[in-house]
Design a protein around this ligand. Sequence first.
Ligand SMILES: [Zn+2]
Length: 374
Amino acid sequence: MSAPDSVALTKALLAFDTINPPGRERDCARYTGGLLHEWGFKVDYFEYAEGRTSVVARAGGSDAKAPLCFTGHLDIVPLGTRKWSRDPFSGETDGDRLFGRGTSDMKAGIAAILLAARNTAKQLNGRPGIVLVLTAAEEGGCIGSQHLARTALLGKAGAMIVGEPTSNYPYAGHKGSLKFYAKFRGVSAHGSLPELGVNAIYKAAKAVGALEKFDFAVKKHPVMGAPTMNVGTFEGGQGVNMVPDEATVGVDIRTVAGMDHAELLSRLKKTLGGETEVSVFSDMNAVWTEPQNEWVQRVFEIAGRHLGARPEPKAQTYNTDAGNLLRVYKGAPTVILGPGEAAQAHQTDEYVSMDRIRQSVAIYEELIRDWCGA
Ligand SMILES: [Zn+2]
């Protein structure tokens, strides 16, 4: 299949079961890499663990200007507990809708990136070119891109398009996240003699009270608004007749552009008390490009023409790999723009509009030609 259309290619990608966990992106990664190789791209693979394969592919390149990056993830979320009325992997259609797990989030986006790359590949010689970063393990923590960003494979990029679901509306960024567990320790004793112990639940409860009143001390972001905090879990104690010697709370903070996570974390640790053991399990920076940026204005113009209205600056609520990739592609203006519907992500009977996939290919192609002067 060397010349598939966008719907056929999305269906081909759907057929790979890349449900994460466990992920198993390798076959899907090899398939996309094989196509790109056939179309003249230089393809590299990277596995941070057995079978967890990411793809980096590039075409064109010049000293004058860095390439345009397109990124998307190959893994998908589990099917959930509700029964599907459509087959999640075979690519059933109904009218304009193509059903399946990962249609919107985001194999349609991957298909659109691949086809725009194929359609422009021959014109990229001696031009700034493009680099495609197709990641493993985005769902549940952006682990694949975190590892990839530590390698030399990413090279350079002058701007970035994240193909996550936006119904092709260009978003200028998204919030960041800082998630951690805070563990409180006490001393166990018999429930009838609590004065002999130290109650870890009391410690944790006081800390939760302090977190509820925590002042982020940042101005509202004009588009993202204010940062938020949610204490999502509270665990502790082994029996009602015992003084608990351990309690743990799980905290989910969503940050806005401009916040320094390291500084925030040190203030939070002070709030929680010096003895508290804090273990961070997700640390993703917010992504934001000022909408006045020249390239973002070009994206707004090009996407606006296809959408029939000029976009307004907006930010997404979900995280993407961009937070990790921007550690390498420092300062690259970034937009999130892809064919999936954000509301369909992670839903039972997930679908994508087939017209949107075709529209996405057209927008991506125009953005490539615009960037490369081709
Ligand atoms: Zn996604």
